[in-house]
Ligand binder design. Structure first.
Ligand code: EPU
Length: 338
């Protein structure tokens, strides 16, 4: 099924609830429909184009003068299994958390720590979503989609996706050139739980048993206590990435700021907690008009009402600036500004 609109409001298609308009909006449920649509009119080659899932990681600064493509490919299908694993192909238009619920219901492990992350399955590989010590790249066997330059269906193995922390080939080399239509995940029939992050283990133990259901439930409770529900309050989860800095920078910061959280990494680099840096600058819970910093998690910027994309962006610039002034650390946006 396809749907096509002109001058279409994107307010219900971005979790910041910014009222931007798209010149053209195209929605499809089958990969083949996309090929037919794009081949039907040569002028699509001239238009600016973006792919939009649930819009849980974008900020529209203005109306979008081009074509928005919204993949709604449905379905969760088992494509292969052996003694230890089962491979599920999931349509790009499935809601991410419903897929996690499905995996947990069928006793398949791997995705449970990623419970309640907003967005659709097609967006998960793009920014390599992650939470509670797990990144989705470890589960991805293959990403299927449509190549806009070659004008054909194509696929990438997990290895070819160049996954990094909140990054992949789809955010760089293939940005707006490849439209993801489905993802094949390899899940475990005998899951090994990863409970090392923060309070997760404690929370799971309170529930008396360690299984997929209790881990999922614990992640949901922790997230609900810290992160706003995008159905109630406009936001896009973490607005900034946790900055990765040289160990020499970390050493200097540690001597100046006692208690600064640091996650040691490889290659002489470590990760800092952007939420902590922002909170130390006094932004947590601060509000200017309809824009503010969430009062439980300083990494999250919130639209309390009718803030425009530009207002949210300007507010984020002020945060960046004050973190730079205090710590000498440059924050990078995780949210995609359009
Ligand atoms: N912290 C503060 N103040 C805050 C927030 C955090 O001091 O307002 C400190 C915490 O005390 C802790 C550290 O910063 O020492 C890390 O905090 P937290 O565990 O809440 O995680 P995070 O680094 O702020 C990341 C992801 C989240 C993910 C959580 C849990 C990024 C950019 N964010 O946040 O992902 O849910 O870890 O794994 O990597 C998202 O990407 O949208 C997202 C929500």
């Amino acid at each position: 099924m396809i749907r096509f609109f002109e001058n279409y409001s994107l307010k219900s298609h971005n979790t910041f609830r910014v009222d931007a308009k798209a010149k053209y909006f195209f929605e499809f449920t089958e990969a083949e429909d996309l090929d037919e649509f794009l081949s039907s009119n040569e002028s699509w080659k001239e238009e600016r184009l973006i792919v939009l899932g649930e819009g849980s990681n974008v900020l529209f600064l203005d109306d979008f003068d081009g074509l928005v493509i919204h993949p709604k490919v449905p379905g969760i299908t088992s494509v292969y299994e052996d003694r230890h694993n089962e491979w599920l192909e999931v349509g790009a238009g499935e809601v991410w958390d419903e897929f996690v619920q499905h995996a947990v219901t069928y006793q398949l492990g791997g995705a449970e720590n990623l419970s309640l992350i907003p967005g659709m399955v097609g967006a998960a590989p793009v920014q390599n979503i992650g939470a509670y010590g797990q990144e989705v790249c470890t589960l991805i066997e293959k990403v299927k989609g449509y190549d806009l330059e070659k004008r054909c269906l194509d696929e990438y193995s997990g290895n070819a996706c160049n996954f990094e922390y909140r990054n992949s080939i789809f955010k760089n080399y293939l940005k707006n050139k490849f439209i993801i239509t489905s993802v094949i995940f390899k899940l475990d029939k005998f899951p090994e739980f990863n409970l090392k992050y923060g309070q997760l283990e404690e929370k799971v133990k309170e529930k008396g048993a360690i299984n997929l259901h209790t881990v999922r439930q614990s992640v949901i409770e922790i997230r609900n206590s810290k992160l706003p529900d995008v159905k109630e309050l406009g936001s896009a989860g973490s607005f900034f990435k946790n900055p990765i800095v040289d160990d020499s920078v970390t050493k200097k910061l540690r001597s100046q700021f006692v208690g600064i959280p640091v996650y040691p990494g490889a290659d002489g680099k470590s990760k800092l907690a952007a939420g902590w840096l922002i909170e130390q600058c006094g932004w947590k819970g601060k509000r200017e008009g309809d824009v503010g910093v969430h009062d439980q998690q300083a990494l999250v910027i919130v639209n309390y009402g009718n803030a425009s994309g530009q207002e949210i962006y300007d507010f984020s610039e002020k945060i960046k600036q004050s973190v730079f002034e205090k710590f000498g650390v440059e924050l990078e946006r995780e949210v995609n500004c359009i």
